[in-house]
Design a protein around this ligand. Structure first.
Ligand code: FAD
Length: 462
């Protein structure tokens, strides 16, 4: 039988945030996931080599590659397998992207309620990281939309798993960072799309301490809510900003001003780790950041009229601008720190950030929050509280800021998102994830040879 997969024995990988480089191998099956995975096993991996599945490679850190690890690129397996219209259940191959799923469902006036903000992210990546979407408080994490999945592991063959069948494996795989095996396909729940149009309005936040109450109320009553804060302002203005609140609205006269021509999304998207680092120069500095924040914050905070946007603009906001935003960090890259802050520690958290940023010169290019409700278990990014995301350029000051955030995470009992911080130390993960040892033990029980590995699994000794 002729070989149908591409194999590159030496590839230099880079994480999306620019923080991790590694030299591994890349194999890209192309025709039939099942047949070729066995073939790859026999010809490349010989049953022993460390391997990891990769989706679109859009994790900020490196859970999908590592030194001397074979990354198995799953992106060619993007078929819609079946759609059960009675129950709104969609069966897809795990390499299907958010755009594939969106295009299929929108014609049926349905959508995937929990999804990350970029169209080329894959279903496999969403399951393995248990990502969150636009209203975690109402909809939960991605695993809550997964009815069942099929997993390939060379020592175990194909396993069907769900909350009822092979629950242990399902539990370990959703938010298991690809360490249990290769997800082939999944059946996912979809929701009725009330309207392809969303009304978006602004709620100004003059005091950052108002965020928990306002954002929680808005999340309970609306479809989408996220906050934006100015962390370059000083004194009492520190952290002022606004909530961006969205609700689907229907009616024949309701049409977005700037409706995208086509209902469907393009399937090809250019943002990835290589394209992100395209610019030689890093543009962000504190004065530049202040100027942008005054303009952006000013325009938004005082806009009183609701804006109509398309569902595409809501699910995957500012796609072109976002590409530029990430590119402007230049070759050195950036850090993202995203953590869940318990409500009763929110004031201490913001005060600590304010004090540190008062004393140090660092451009925080993004400070944004969502509200979370859930139970944290194993290594999943879940729990109750305010989920805060911070971006800043990779530089000497930001290295110190990350160490400060590590200590704050331990002191205030925060939960950091592993997939966003490519250097998160083991000591912090052990403190922040009480079931770290249990995950490790259960993973070893499931896969004695520990075949699936990555930079993340090595750093975290999984
Ligand atoms: C612009 C942008 C916006 C984002 N927005 C959000 C957001 O709103 N919420 C959020 O939670 N995250 C968000 N993310 C992070 C992103 O959703 C996750 O990192 C996601 O896992 C990336 O999926 P991927 O297809 O790129 O997978 P990769 O990055 O390639 O892999 C991620 C993990 O999934 C595993 N994996 C992938 N496919 C499979 C498979 N078939 N079988 C087994 N394991 C597999 C890999 O081994 C790895 O551990 C965002 C990222 C970007 C770049």
């Amino acid at each position: 039988m002729a070989q149908t997969f591409d194999f590159k024995p030496q590839v230099d990988f880079l994480s999306f945030d620019g923080g991790v480089k590694a030299r591994g191998a890349l194999v890209k099956p192309s025709q039939s996931a099942l047949r070729e995975l066995s073939d790859i096993e026999e010809k490349i991996l010989s049953g022993k080599k460390a391997r990891i599945t990769s989706g679109a490679g859009l994790s900020f850190g490196a859970p999908h590659f590592g030194d001397d690890i074979v990354s198995i690129d799953n992106s060619r397996f993007s078929e819609i397998i079946d759609y059960d219209s009675e129950n709104g259940l969609l069966e897809v191959q795990a390499g299907a992207t958010m755009a594939h799923v969106f295009n299929f469902l929108v014609e049926k006036e349905r959508y995937l309620v929990t999804q990350p903000g970029y169209p080329s992210i894959t279903v496999g990546g969403c399951i393995a990281v248990d990502v969150h979407g636009k209203n975690q408080l109402r909809d939960g994490n991605f695993r809550e939309q997964v009815q069942s999945l099929k997993l390939f592991h060379p020592s175990r063959g194909i396993i069907s798993a769900s909350a009822d069948i092979n629950k242990e494996i399902f539990d370990l795989t959703c938010g298991g960072y690809g360490l249990t095996g290769h997800i082939i396909s999944a059946k996912i729940r979809t929701r009725s799309l009330v309207s392809p149009t969303m009304a978006l309005y602004i709620v100004p936040l003059d005091n950052i301490l108002d965020t928990p109450a306002y954002i929680t109320k808005a999340a309970k009553e609306n479809d989408f809510v996220v906050s934006w804060h100015d962390f370059s302002a000083r004194g009492a203005a520190f952290g002022r900003g606004f909530l961006l609140v969205g609700k689907f609205v229907a009616g024949p006269e309701i049409k977005p001003k700037r409706a995208e021509g086509a209902l469907h999304l393009p399937l090809h998207w250019t943002l990835n780790a290589q394209s992100r680092k395209g610019l030689d120069l890093a543009f962000y500095s504190l004065p530049f950041n202040r100027l942008i924040n005054v303009l952006y914050g000013g325009i938004n905070r005082f806009s009183t009229e609701a804006r109509l946007i398309t569902v595409q603009e809501c699910l995957y906001p500012a796609r072109t601008l976002r590409q530029l935003y990430y590119k402007m960090f230049g070759q050195a890259g950036f850090h993202e720190s995203q953590m869940i802050v318990p409500l009763d520690r929110f004031a201490e958290f913001t005060e600590a950030l304010k004090n540190w940023l008062d004393r140090n010169e660092l451009a925080v290019t993004l400070a944004s929050a969502k509200v979370f409700m859930g139970t944290q278990s194993l290594l999943r990014f879940d729990g109750d509280g305010i989920c805060f995301a911070l971006n800043f350029p990779r530089c000497e000051a930001s290295g110190r800021f990350m160490l400060f955030l590590d200590q704050l995470t331990i002191d205030l009992g925060l939960t950091p998102y592993m997939v966003k911080d490519s250097r998160l130390p083991l000591a912090v993960v052990k403190k922040a994830y009480p079931q770290y040892d249990e995950f490790k033990e259960r993973l070893r029980k499931f896969d004695r040879e520990r075949l699936y590995r990555s930079e993340l699994s090595r750093r975290l000794e999984l």
